[in-house]
Write a protein that binds this ligand. Structure first.
Ligand SMILES: Nc1ncnc2c1ncn2[C@@H]1O[C@H](COP(=O)(O)OP(=O)(O)OP(=O)(O)O)[C@@H](O)[C@H]1O
Ligand SMILES: [Mg+2]
Length: 720
């Protein structure tokens, strides 16, 4: 039984009909029709009042109706274009602040260039230039007249005379301390005051240019490739650096936000005898390119590749080391590429030119595009595959649109789906329920894991080369795992662990790579860091996690790298398969290192023993000699010695045995023992098992007479 007053204040908003259900009571308010229906079950008695509250004031339904009809209703629903979304949330794509944006712009352009050159099996040649543009130059570029400040107090960096004096005094003090420290040989630490005063509004601008020898782009596709967020050519299941169709557009969005200047693209493909030139910016609200100029130009030099130029706000000072670090690590993981990096400014002492020469002509195999693994698909993807397939019936669809489903397996799967399904049924006319059934079965059924043939890992050799180049370690071990799978996506983990080296800090020095991209940010949350820090018992491999200089290099490649965020900065720790593969790869390196470390320790101990024994030789031989001499001097005729001893004493008396001869003999003995131990050590460590390689030097004619020339680790067979 419902009793008492029921006050329902309803803010009408846009709801045309609002149904309130309070237990057994049902109120149906239809504002448009101006009616309120109250359905009360017959066994209930209703007593009370209902008041409607429009914009805070109580109005009668009649009044509310007349107001609604006067004013067109405003909808709260709004839509954002992808470009708008990323412009507003640019940090998720790595454009957090001007400095980071400069870094990410370089990254995105370099990675596009490498993808492009590798896609046509061309050894990449990438030139990247960052040109600093002073404020006046920037203003003249955009046609803005430089203006002197008139009302100085208006500016964010305005200082009163008193504040200025205080700052200068502080700076002078800091300089004094620095000079004192320098005199005492202490390392100078830059104090904030010494950095100088910089206002918020003092922006720095840079022209970033990236030129490559890659594939180039089809003339007509260029505007969409650079002016439409979420458009790209790398969406398939293929190991590429790019994935989201976002990077180049983010550079343009940032340039639009910070300088308002367009992006310029030049490109020439193999089959084109012209250069496509395009200057464009992006209509953020519509997410479409806004083309300023798009034309074909003469290509006298038969140049092939692409050149992208963008002017953005940045901060070279704070991100200099990150950018150079990135380039260096990129050169490490891409030794078959040649990079030329230049920073150019008006102050020649600030300029930087670094050439990372190609260290090998051998490019890893080209990653292949693959099909979806049946256990990795969701309902949406199944629908998309059906919409896009050229196959007619269900059997062909299952057999051809997925990996690891043979014809006979597809037949078994269809049989298992139930009586509503048949091999010949038209795949495009499947009902929603049937699609759900297919999805359920694909998730539950057993399929062979996808193989890693479509992947192209960096290779143990490149990893080892990289570690040696970066850290110059005392010892290094590498391991390349076989392909594994997470959520139906194949991946390969390779690792290298080193100990020692010059300019390496104590503890763990972690280097991460994903699809051959160096990852420099968000290290703490990354699967590699967490594994190395928390899941490896370094002590058990005779490695001291705190005191030893440990280098950990891990490279992961996959058709889908599960990056956290579109900024591609780290791989989360939540995918068990990846986390355990990383752990296993690091452990395998550690196992190799342990045996090396143990052998090294044994060798060190052995050397120590030799040194110790040698140290006692003079005293020992002199003591032994003295005993012998005394025995010989005091030997009476009555004394009886065995023949050997008699002979020994005679030799002492004839000076055939002296302190020197004893020392000599002992030294030889120690040498002999050491040699034998060294031999044993060499045998144990497999030096004698060094791989033998037979080289045949064969003459073009003549009989097959041959001579074998044996060297310690090689046999030359010379055919005469
Ligand atoms: N230097 C280049 N040479 C050839 N094609 C390029 C180059 N730069 C960009 N492209 C083309 O433009 C497309 C868009 O590039 P963009 O960087 O925006 O996205 P993506 O590389 O596909 O993915 P991601 O957002 O992960 O970088 C690429 O897919 C590629 O086809
Ligand atoms: Mg890209």
């Amino acid at each position: 039984m419902l009793a008492g007053n029921l006050h329902t204040n309803i803010r009408s908003g846009d709801a045309e009909a609002l149904v309130l259900s309070a237990g057994a009571l049902l109120l149906n308010l239809n504002k448009k029709k101006g009616s309120i229906q109250i359905k009360i079950p017959s066994n209930l008695r209703f007593q009370g009042e209902i008041s409607m509250d429009e914009g805070g004031s109580s109005e009668s339904p009649k009044k509310a109706k007349s107001k609604a009809s006067r004013k067109p209703k405003e909808t709260l629903l709004k839509q954002k274009s992808p470009a708008e979304f990323f412009a507003e949330n640019k940090n998720i794509a790595g454009f957090d602040n001007p400095g980071k944006s400069l870094y990410t712009t370089v990254r995105e352009l370099v990675e596009n260039s490498l993808d492009s050159a590798e896609s046509i099996s061309e050894l990449p040649v990438v030139e990247i230039t960052i040109e600093e543009i002073g404020k006046s130059k920037f203003n003249s570029m955009i046609g803005l007249v430089d203006r002197e400040r008139v009302d100085a107090a208006l500016y964010d960096d305005f200082e009163t005379e008193k504040a200025r004096e205080k700052r200068l005094a502080k700076e002078a003090r800091a300089q004094e301390i620095q000079a004192k420290n320098a005199a005492l040989g202490k390392k100078a630490k830059e104090t904030p005051a010494a950095k100088g005063f910089k206002g918020r509004g003092e922006a720095s601008f840079y022209r970033v240019t990236c030129k490559d020898n890659g594939k180039g782009m089809p003339h007509d596709d260029i505007p969409n490739m650079f002016g439409r967020v979420l458009s790209g050519t790398k969406y398939g299941l293929k190991q590429t650096r790019g994935k989201f169709g976002l990077g180049a557009k983010m550079a343009l969005i940032w340039s639009k936000m910070s300088t308002g200047l367009p992006i310029e693209i030049s490109s020439s493909m193999r089959n084109q005898n012209y250069i496509s030139f395009c200057r464009l910016d992006i209509d953020i609200h519509k997410n479409i390119p806004h083309v300023h100029l798009h034309e074909r130009r003469e290509n006298k030099d038969h140049w092939r590749g692409a050149e992208i130029q963008v002017v953005i706000e940045g901060n070279w000072t704070t991100y200099r080391s990150k950018i150079l670090h990135y380039m260096r690590q990129m050169a490490v993981i891409t030794p078959y590429a040649q990079f030329l990096f230049k920073f150019v400014s008006d102050a020649p002492d600030k300029n930087v030119t670094v050439k990372f020469a190609r260290r090998t002509d051998v490019m890893p195999s080209i990653p292949m595009e693959t099909k979806h693994h049946p256990s990795s698909v969701d309902l949406l993807l199944i629908k998309r595959l059906i919409a896009e397939t050229s196959k007619q019936n269900l059997l062909q669809f299952l057999q051809h649109e997925f990996v690891n489903i043979s014809k006979s397996y597809a037949e078994r799967l269809i049989g298992e789906m139930g009586p509503d399904f048949s091999t010949k049924m038209a795949v495009k006319s499947l009902t929603s329920q049937q699609l759900v059934r297919i999805h359920q079965l694909l998730r539950q059924a057993k399929f062979d894991d996808p193989n890693g043939n479509c992947l192209s890992p960096a290779g143990e050799y490149n990893l080892r080369l990289g570690i040696i180049k970066e850290l110059h370690p005392d010892m290094v071990a590498t391991y390349s795992g076989s392909a594994q799978v997470f959520e139906g996506h194949p991946f390969i983990v390779e690792a290298g662990v080193s100990v020692g080296g010059k300019d390496v800090k104590q503890g763990l020095n972690i280097f991460r790579f994903a699809n051959r991209i160096p990852l420099l940010f968000e290290q703490g949350a990354d699967v590699v860091t967490r594994t190395a820090l928390k899941r490896i018992n370094w002590n058990s491999y005779k490695i001291n996690q705190i005191q030893d200089k440990i280098g950990v290099f891990v490279s992961i490649v996959s058709t889908k790298i599960p990056f956290k965020g579109t900024g591609k900065e780290y791989i989360g720790d939540d995918i068990t398969e990846i986390a355990s593969a990383v752990k296993y790869a690091i452990q395998q390196c550690c196992v190799q290192l342990k045996s090396k470390i143990v052998k090294k320790m044994q060798a060190r101990e052995q050397q120590e023993r030799k040194r110790n024994l040698s140290r006692y030789i003079p005293d020992f031989s002199s003591a032994v000699y003295n005993i012998l001499k005394n025995t010989q001097l005091h030997a009476s005729k009555k004394s009886r010695y065995a023949d050997d001893d008699e002979e020994l004493l005679n030799k002492v008396s004839e000076n055939l045995i002296t302190k020197e001869t004893l020392s000599e003999k002992l030294a030889k003995h120690v040498e002999q023992v050491d040699y034998e131990m060294a031999l044993e050590y060499a045998t144990q460590s497999g030096v004698s098992e060094e791989p033998r390689e037979t080289i045949y030097i064969q003459s073009h004619e003549g009989e097959e007479k041959m001579i074998d020339l044996h060297a310690p680790f090689i046999v030359f067979r010379v055919f005469q």
